[in-house]
Design a binder for this molecule. Structure first.
Ligand SMILES: NC(=O)c1ccc[n+]([C@@H]2O[C@H](COP(=O)([O-])OP(=O)(O)OC[C@H]3O[C@@H](n4cnc5c(N)ncnc54)[C@H](OP(=O)(O)O)[C@@H]3O)[C@@H](O)[C@H]2O)c1
Length: 379
């Protein structure tokens, strides 16, 4: 395993971290397949992975419980760092901070959480963090030694990311969604650069876009095959990240031993500035080809909003485009289900107000009907 300095903490992080949102399961997402998860953890630890990332809601709450069980059985693994996250959206009053932290410590069977994140911050949740005194509670828990490092994970636009760091530059680390297709999405490359400039260690999530960058369509595969260096699509995506300075850990959610072994092999070959101009040129071509496969030319300008029926038009187009571009329509159906029924495409009354405002002249109403038919899961 390769290791990188984690800021100025003196600790060296394995470049590959284990994302525990996608552990092998039985029939239900909340039912972790423990023998298979154990095999994965044993191998990960043996190969030198020293960072495991979980969160309160993963696997219906059972991911934390599983980590607690596994590491309790292996007390010799004192060098392993565990990260978990406060479900900020569930916090209703300042005291809830302690309630969740205590519950998480119990589930993890620990008296300290090495890395504690405020989960999935966006503008609304950041305002809540400030209103509910969460930063003060975090700082106190860190002083008491219950929390090792304080960080946040992020899902909003770059200006909000910058605001969160500008208003509280003391973060020990941040966690962003980042991969070669998300340079302009969420924190993106601007966010990556800002965190580097501010000296805040970066942990990356969704490096393979949650699996959408593996098994690409034929037109993308042809480009990968013409590259001078031979790599699998996941290896290209991971090396793109590890080649960048300032990235401490790349988390991947590996659900099989095969995936874990492949990503460890890739990690072992990683280094800063590994990719040369030819490699970066191939990635540019792949990115362009994916964008060419994007069926709806929506660029998320949001001019179509507000919709009088509250249809979340840009989000619906993003989910659909992503399903088509990456040929992962089943994943798109799952994301579509997460959009609240009161904001989904079925609410469109074809009033046409959005179409008058769309600079791309997208035939929005007809597309919304089509998308609802394609993505809604029929019982
Ligand atoms: N804090 C937050 O808000 C937040 C949000 C998202 C993620 N995270 C954390 O970040 C971690 C990483 O994100 P992610 O799980 O989305 O990572 P990812 O690496 O982008 O996607 C993981 C998926 O990619 C596929 N995969 C991984 N390695 C592969 C390989 N070598 N070959 C083929 N397929 C491979 C697997 O898909 P299949 O299982 O379908 O085979 C796996 O489930 C999560 O597990 C979680 O711990 C945090």
């Amino acid at each position: 395993m390769k290791y990188r300095k984690f800021g100025d903490t003196g600790w060296e992080a394995s470049v590959l971290g284990f994302g525990c949102m996608r552990l092998p399961t039985k029939e239900n997402y909340s039912d972790i397949d423990e023998p298979r998860a154990e095999e994965l953890f044993n191998f990960a630890v043996e190969q030198g992975i020293n960072y495991f990332d979980t969160a309160y809601p993963y696997h219906g709450g059972n991911s934390e419980v599983w980590l607690g069980k596994y590491f309790h059985r292996r007390p010799e693994l004192t060098h392993i760092k565990i990260a978990t996250k406060l479900p900020v959206w569930k916090v209703e009053k300042p005291d809830d901070f302690h309630r969740y932290l205590e519950e998480q410590l119990k589930k993890l069977k620990r008296d300290k959480i090495d890395f504690y994140l405020l989960h999935a911050l966006n503008e609304e949740l950041w305002n809540k963090v400030k209103k509910m005194d969460i930063l003060k509670n975090l700082e106190e828990s860190k002083k008491q030694g219950i929390i090792g490092n304080m960080g946040f994970s992020f899902h909003d636009q770059y200006p909000v990311f910058k605001q969160i760091i500008d208003e509280y530059p003391q973060w020990d680390f941040c966690q962003i969604q980042y991969n070669y297709m998300n340079e302009d999405f969420q924190a993106g490359t601007k966010g990556y650069q800002f965190a580097v400039d501010m000296g805040i260690p970066i942990i990356v999530m969704e490096p393979l876009l949650g699996g959408r960058l593996v098994n690409p369509p034929p037109s993308i595969n042809r480009i990968w095959k013409q590259a001078l260096t031979s790599r699998t699509p996941p290896a290209w995506a991971l090396q793109w990240l590890w080649s960048k300075p300032g990235i401490s850990i790349v988390l991947s959610g590996m659900s099989s031993l095969e995936q874990l072994k492949e990503n460890i092999l890739t990690a072992n070959k990683s280094k800063v500035n590994l990719l040369n101009d030819d490699d970066l040129d191939v990635i540019d071509q792949v990115r362009e080809q994916y964008l060419f496969l994007k069926p709806i030319p929506c660029n998320d300008c949001k001019y179509c909003l507000p919709c009088p029926e509250d249809v979340d038009i840009p989000r619906i187009f993003e989910v659909y485009n992503s399903g088509k571009m990456y040929e992962k329509i089943e994943i798109a159906k799952k994301f579509y289900q997460w959009i609240k029924p009161e904001n989904n495409a079925s609410r469109c009354l074809h009033c046409g107000q959005c179409e008058q405002k769309c600079p791309q002249n997208i035939n929005i109403s007809d597309l919304l009907s089509e998308i609802h038919d394609t993505l809604s899961v029929k019982n």
